[in-house]
Write a new protein. Sequence first.
Length: 329
Amino acid sequence: MLVIMLGGTSSSYDYDEAGSGGDVASGPVTNKDLPAKVKGYQDLVVKECNAQGCPDLVPYILAIMSVETRGEGSDVMQSSESQGHAPGFFSPEESIHYGVMALHNSQKTAKSLGIDMSGVLLGYNFGSGYLQWLAKQGLTHSTTKTADVYSKTVVAPALGNSSGTTYSYPNPVAIPYNGGYLYLNGGNFFYDLLVGQFLKKGNGGGGTATGNKIIDEAQKYLGIPYVWGGHDPATGLDCSGLVGLVLTKVTGKPYPMFTVTLESQGTPVSLNELQPGDMLFWGAKGASHHVAFYMGDGKVIEEPQPGDVCHIRIYHDGNEPNFAVRPNL
């Protein structure tokens, strides 16, 4: 994790470029190919992201950890140096705390400037100076080309490399772009692509007209208390009561209001291809114990548990479903 808090001035570079960089993993995402030791930190990452009010960043933090250390050692996010300490100074808990803080700060700065998720990830590595520099160029879309220019003209000179000296970097993400090199003391301008290797996109929303009707109907029951076995919103609903009631209201046909029975009321769909209105199930097929609706935009609407009410939550909060079914309407 390199954090260089630099700005920079405008240049005459042409930043237009196809097929390089771009909005890496924008919208709802999950992880793929995480190292085993990184998976072991998932609960801690979820807890820290929730505490800092950024549960949507969980998959990104796990992907960054995979790039930084693969979960090896104590300073799993390589956060120590960014806080003025020697490498490896932090415990895993401290490293994750400051890593989440850094990415969340990058996200907030990027949002204020209208900059995409690739910029957020490069801002985590370069520091917020990169985001300010993008804004000075009038750019909101970060590409490998913009990161390359920043690395060469801002970061490297600040650390003593004013001649553009390079060194070999034969990483698969680099070779298609420049044959595989980085600038000495310039940080890694492929950082967003490295992180992107551990991310996969989900469905961002949109959906069918019927799916959207399902979500519109489900939102009418926000705030209704959870009551086990509840099928009447006047007295309370449980998870399957909500789902069955909504589908009945939308279609005019009676739907079962029991979780396992609802499993057979549609077509199985991959969790990577979710659309608004899809039913999400927790537990094994044939023995599921919870059901909810996917809303789109990485959100879930559900009747959660006794003592709670029907609410909306972030999909990526450490409590993801086991499988999904698209209702046959």
